[in-house]
Design a protein around this ligand. Structure first.
Ligand code: UTP
Length: 272
């Protein structure tokens, strides 16, 4: 049974400078809720309430967000604004939060390995808060129910236009049932002409704990970073790894255009 969800949140968020100079990218709000809170709510929906955060320098605001602010509570107690804190209070009450710091930003694989002390020898989910998913049942909930059936690592995938494969990890595999692929290999950021498919990995993973030893032995890839894609590529040679075409809609909130689209979408939904 999975109870743990890891949030790698140590990246610099350079695409959002200067906003991210002193503020974590994960705290950027879609309308009035930070990206990472949407992520934690998705984890809770999937039954994952042990939240581990891999943070870094300048990320204190994340810890403060998932804590009580007595001064603020006192200030708005008994006013109409109290309701605005209901969601975050629920989140705080339902979860335990633990934090560790990635001292050098050596890539997503390295960030996940940094989270090992928070995870231990357990299967766990990974959620990248800048991939904002919405519309229907949460993606992690869909993936946890698949994990309960298959007991193996699962990555969420999405079809992307061919000319965008260089922005993603891309899988190769055989479809074993509608939208579910047994992965035979994966490659990080292939040029369109080299990409085996247009099935791109997005920021939702369920990983079995043998992944930590594999990451430890993965050589740094492009840009000297330790890529999780390379580690899962090794894992799928040893045991079954699945790719799951999730149901719902994803916005790449690590990019300006995706962030603006998500904001317009959520604001539209709020005013329906
Ligand atoms: P990205 O490469 O999209 O994020 O990493 P970034 O580096 O923060 O953003 P840009 O490209 O400079 O704008 C994907 C996810 O992995 C985390 C990031 O925080 C983000 O959630 N990450 C990445 C780490 O935690 N550590 C790393 O060393 C790299």
């Amino acid at each position: 049974m999975i109870t743990k969800c890891l949030f790698p949140a140590a990246g610099y968020g350079t695409r959002f400078l200067p906003a991210t100079k002193a503020m974590p990218k994960e705290m950027m709000p879609i309308v009035n809720k930070p990206l990472i809170q949407y992520g934690v709510e998705e984890a809770i929906e999937a039954g994952l309430t042990d939240i581990g955060v891999v943070s870094g320098r300048g990320k204190r605001a994340i810890e403060d967000h998932f804590d009580i602010s007595y001064e603020l509570e006192h200030q708005i107690a008994g006013t109409s604004k109290e309701i605005l804190l209901d969601d975050i209070r629920d989140v705080i009450n339902q979860c335990t939060f633990s934090y560790t710091r990635q001292v050098e930003m050596k890539g997503l694989g390295h960030a996940i390995l940094t989270g090992e002390p928070l995870i231990g020898d357990n299967p766990f989910a990974v959620l990248l808060a800048d991939d904002f998913c919405t519309n229907g049942t949460g993606v992690l909930k869909q993936m946890v129910s698949l994990f309960n059936e298959y007991q193996c690592s699962i990555v969420a995938i999405e079809e992307v236009p061919r000319d965008q494969t260089q922005n993603y990890g891309v899988i190769e595999g055989t479809e074993i049932q509608g939208g579910l692929f047994k992965i035979s290999g994966m490659v990080e950021k292939p040029a369109p002409e080299d990409a085996p498919t247009n099935l791109a990995i997005i920021g939702r993973y369920i990983l079995t704990p043998d992944i930590f030893d594999i990451i430890r032995n993965v050589a740094p890839g492009a840009g000297g970073e330790i890529q999780i894609t390379d580690a899962i590529n090794e894992q799928c040679k040893k045991r079954m790894v699945l790719g799951y075409k999730f149901k719902g809609r994803r916005f790449d909130c690590g990019s300006l255009v995706g962030f603006v689209e998500a904001t317009n979408y959520v604001y539209g939904e709020m005013n329906k």
